[in-house]
Design a protein around this ligand. Structure first.
Ligand code: 5GP
Ligand code: ZN
Length: 109
């Protein structure tokens, strides 16, 4: 699958420290956690933003959602937030679609 040589998250999918992994997806710990548990779910497929989520085949999009829930479960989170920042105005700083999973007690934000 096309990986962008200049993309930080493509690099971390290939060689990061993965806390959870399945075909096409990995979860890593956020380098600057905003909650006691702060995971990032990264799809292997490079899509710039959630705006382009339609580029995922339907089956892969479903598996991506399952993977987010599995990663949270594996981290022993019952209650948690799932956040996607879409565009710089909403705080997106890395332009490879990713899902924040935040939990483990407040503060979440
Ligand atoms: P965004 O602001 O695009 O929604 O989220 C990007 C996230 O990636 C931020 O929470 C930031 O802390 C995290 N991040 C940036 N660089 C790295 C890195 O090199 N390693 C890891 N694990 N997380 C990173
Ligand atoms: Zn990428």
């Amino acid at each position: 699958m096309a990986s962008r040589p200049d993309c930080l998250f493509c690099k971390l999918v290939a060689e990061g420290d993965h806390v959870h992994k399945a075909e096409g997806f990995v979860a890593i710990e956020d380098i600057n956690p905003k909650a006691p548990v702060h995971l990032l779910v990264l799809p292997e497929r490079h899509v710039d933003t959630f705006r382009d989520v339609g580029q995922f085949p339907a089956e892969e999009a479903k598996r991506m959602l399952d993977f987010v829930a599995d990663a949270a479960r594996e981290a022993e989170l019952e209650d948690y937030q799932v956040v996607v920042n879409v565009g710089p105005g909403a705080g997106q700083t890395v332009f490879h679609l990713h899902w924040h999973v935040l939990g483990g007690g407040r503060p979440f934000e």
